[in-house]
Write a protein that binds this ligand. Structure first.
Ligand SMILES: Cc1ncc(COP(=O)(O)O)c(C=O)c1O
Length: 361
């Protein structure tokens, strides 16, 4: 649920009236503030999360190389590898956290994959130590897809600062948004930051000179101004999401094993609950029941990437199966989750869930 508060309206109007429409002061400030938030030396603002991923892979140079990512993600994770000329290799998820399974990644690395893109799905940080270890052992870059995980932490370190580079999205449904499309690359690597900044601006080396291939993929100044205002609220919004998640965990525990709750937080893993996703064999009946009771629950995602028509026809995935992701597609249900839900809203959702299972549906 995108949030438009008066401070964001003021920031947007101020940017429109007083800043440059493109390459404005607000863009530079947003990059500095976001880099500080994530704890990296650099942040580069872009027109989308997809552009952020695309350009990281372009700079890493994955042409004709295999890069492994999760089939249980938004399609952009895999597409970005192809956009940069690489070959997306899809792998299944782990049963416990629904993130890319390191065991399967290892098999793909054994078979020649030259990079890994774990996805912090639903705002839940991946088990980073395993990926870091694989990256070092096979000498391949590990890039983070942090598009759903603004503010999540792994062993006290913010996601976005763990890999060689990371991509964030500010699409309106995210934990923070620029109220339009937008993205960010975060990295400690000066070359990656510099090259990504160049690619977003037509590969410009000076005003009328271009020495590498690029695109028009800058972030608009007005969006950056809104992003700065949103960033100020992010910690408080994420805290509220955690309180809501706690409430769901407490009141829905009795419904297990009819439902399966999301992975729990731990001292090492601090999620930000972009989504609160449960599993149930009766997912479709439950969803219909909740809809009748006025509760909108969504499905993220109905189709894993390997079953997308594009991936079956173009990337050779027809007939391939990844059972854990396919099970998720059949059983997953995202409960309402955003920082402006009231306690009454959250209790109502839990009560209706309980009523569904108590009536022996
Ligand atoms: C996991 C994941 N990766 C990549 C993206 C792409 O971001 P965008 O929609 O900003 O291009 C998204 C978001 O939509 C996402 O959820």
């Amino acid at each position: 649920m995108p949030i438009l508060l008066p401070d964001m309206e003021e920031a947007a109007l101020d940017a429109l009236r007083n800043d440059r429409f493109l390459r404005g002061e607000n863009v530079v400030k947003f990059e500095e503030e976001f880099a500080r938030f994530v704890g990296t030396r650099y942040a580069v603002a872009l027109s989308s999360g997809t552009a952020a991923l695309d350009f990281i892979f372009s700079v890493l140079g994955v042409s004709d190389q295999k890069v492994v990512t999760s089939t249980w993600s938004f399609i952009a994770s895999a597409n970005s590898i192809a956009h940069a000329g690489g070959r997306p290799v899809l792998a299944d998820i782990s049963e416990t956290d629904y993130c890319l399974d390191p065991e399967q990644v290892e098999q793909d690395l054994e078979q020649g994959a030259r990079g890994v893109l774990p996805v912090h799905i639903y705002g839940h940080p991946v088990d980073w130590d395993r990926f870091e270890e694989l990256g070092q052992r096979y000498r391949v870059p590990v890039v983070e897809d942090a598009c759903q995980a603004h503010g999540a932490r792994y062993k006290g370190r913010p996601v976005g600062s763990l890999g060689i580079a990371a991509a964030f999205s500010f699409y309106p449904s995210k934990n923070m948004t620029v109220l339009g499309d937008g993205g960010m690359v975060t990295t400690n690597d000066e070359t990656i930051a510099g090259q990504v900044a160049k690619i977003r601006d037509q590969g410009r080396s000076s005003e009328y000179e271009h020495d590498i291939m690029g695109y028009t993929a800058r972030m608009n100044t007005v969006n950056a101004a809104i992003g700065r205002a949103q960033l100020k609220h992010l910690r408080e919004w994420n805290d509220r999401r955690r309180v809501i998640a706690d409430s769901y965990f407490r009141s829905l525990t009795d419904l297990t094993p009819s439902i399966r709750l999301p992975p729990r937080p731990s001292k090492d893993v601090e999620p930000v609950y972009h989504q609160f996703v449960i599993r149930s064999e009766k997912r479709d009946q439950l969803r219909g029941y909740m809809r009748d009771k006025g509760v909108q629950c969504n499905i993220h995602y109905p189709i894993p990437i390997h079953l997308q028509p594009l991936y079956m026809s173009t990337f050779g995935y027809a007939g391939k199966t990844f059972p854990r992701s396919e099970l998720m597609a059949r059983e997953c249900l995202s409960l309402p989750m955003h920082p402006f839900l009231t306690d009454d809203d959250v209790n109502y959702v839990s009560e209706q869930m309980t009523a569904f299972f108590r009536r022996g549906a």
